[in-house]
Ligand binder design. Sequence first.
Ligand code: BTN
Length: 239
Amino acid sequence: MTQPVRLVGETGSTNEDMKALAAAGEPEGAWLRAEVQTSGKGRMGRAWQGDVGNLYASTLVRLGPLDQPAHSLALVIAVAVHEALSEFVGAGVLSLKWPNDVFAGNAKLCGMLLERVGDAIILGIGINIVSAPVLPDRETTCLRDLGAASCDAAHVLERVAEHFANSLAQWRTYGLEPLIRAWQARAHPPGTALAAQLPDGERISGAFEGLDAHGALILRLADGSRRVIHAGDVFLLNP
Ligand code: BTN
């Protein structure tokens, strides 16, 4: 089923626009896409910038009383985007980094930002299609550079929206266990060296072990101890 998409030319942030729409009663399943964003927001207070031709879009989920915890939607959208983008670049090219970044090797292809307004969770995705922003501290890539020559933002969003609608229905029907298995199957391999910047400022590093039953990240530290991470910024080490 095709999901409804509103298209705007230029806006500050599609997440901010979707928050306003959510407050005005926008139903679950609607998408908003902008051709360009002037104040796009990333995780941890960072900015998200990019060229015309890349994808900037947001949708909303209305949480019901029987739904799984809201934070697990980060994994739902990650799996859906990974599935959709793999259609363009082939299987085995992309991997997920907790909670919901999509990487090709050590280069970031896509980021997602979840925000809450009342009973609505706003999910924003930024996908580099035609160009990869140059950043001082991290490698980036885009679909074109990965060989997906003929895709455009409208088509990529169509595929993302369809996969997301399916993943969301499965999350509601079957819960977290199959979702966590699906996420792990798309992640970098166990043992991958990761660093995590925790909300209290602590920085730790360790080997990726997987996710716990709630979707939190498990790291094995050098001293053999195990740390379960519920929030923070995670980086690939030793690229
Ligand atoms: C990240 O830091 O990795 C998350 C980036 C999320 C960017 C997208 S672009 C569309 C939506 N609107 C925003 O302002 N941010 C998200």
